[in-house]
Write a protein that binds this ligand. Sequence first.
Ligand SMILES: Nc1ncnc2c1ncn2[C@@H]1O[C@H](COP(=O)(O)OP(=O)(O)OP(=O)(O)O)[C@@H](O)[C@H]1O
Ligand SMILES: [Mg+2]
Length: 258
Amino acid sequence: MAGILEKRRTLHKQLAEQQYTNDQLQSQIEQLQTLANLGMVSAMIAHEINNILTPLENYAHLAIQNPDDEALIFKALRKTAANSQRASKILEAILSMTNDQDQVKTDCRINALVDDVFLCLARDFARDNINVSIQIPEDLTVRAQPVCLQQVLMNLILNAREAMLPKGGKLTIRAGQSHDSVMIEVADTGCGIEPDNLAKIFQPFFTTKDNKSKSERPGAGLGLAFCKKVVDGHNGIISVESEPGRGTTFKIILPKDS
Ligand SMILES: Nc1ncnc2c1ncn2[C@@H]1O[C@H](COP(=O)(O)OP(=O)(O)OP(=O)(O)O)[C@@H](O)[C@H]1O
Ligand SMILES: [Mg+2]
């Protein structure tokens, strides 16, 4: 009898020790996940701020190169001020998004968001032989976090542009609604995506822009990962259809009451 009791006590002790080790491991995993998440957030913030910094630099150069054009200098300064403000808003928005805090959503006019992206980009699409067609009902709105949704559109538009260089092509941005959702589409007639890569493009750090040719800007592989995070955060869906050599269409569906 005493032997059995002793064995039971030993088993209990072993069990408690195992439980303790398990708890320790679990807490280490959680700490590692927090660190990984933090790394990802930092990378995404850097990526989106960089998207804003590039046009900022372009405007500053434009002003420096045209010291006598007062109107241009004034425009460049206005853009610089607006983009700097956007950069700090982006920081705030991404931080609250990744901390799982409730996003402040407003009714955003999709047309206004798209116009703002083009204003912000400081790139002349016509000069790149890219014909832009925007087909969005004038007063179509979607309930969303405006800064983040705008960055999503910017990433899709930048990708479309890069896919069509240097030849040029057509960029079409469409939007529409059904009774319970709003759809936004960004379509290009660029290089398309190889079927093997289609499943990987939303993964963080997947890129084919590894700067083989000097004319191409190296990619971080974070644009689409960011888009997916934002769309997921709005309980929406982002999908892609592509045909190598013909073009690519990204489609976002957002619930009306997200
Ligand atoms: N419109 C498109 N046409 C063709 N390929 C695309 C398009 N959009 C994305 N891709 C492919 O998906 C990959 C991942 O895109 P993503 O935007 O995440 O990263 P990236 O553009 O390479 O770099 P960055 O982090 O600077 O955006 C691209 O490298 C490219 O291969
Ligand atoms: Mg990109």
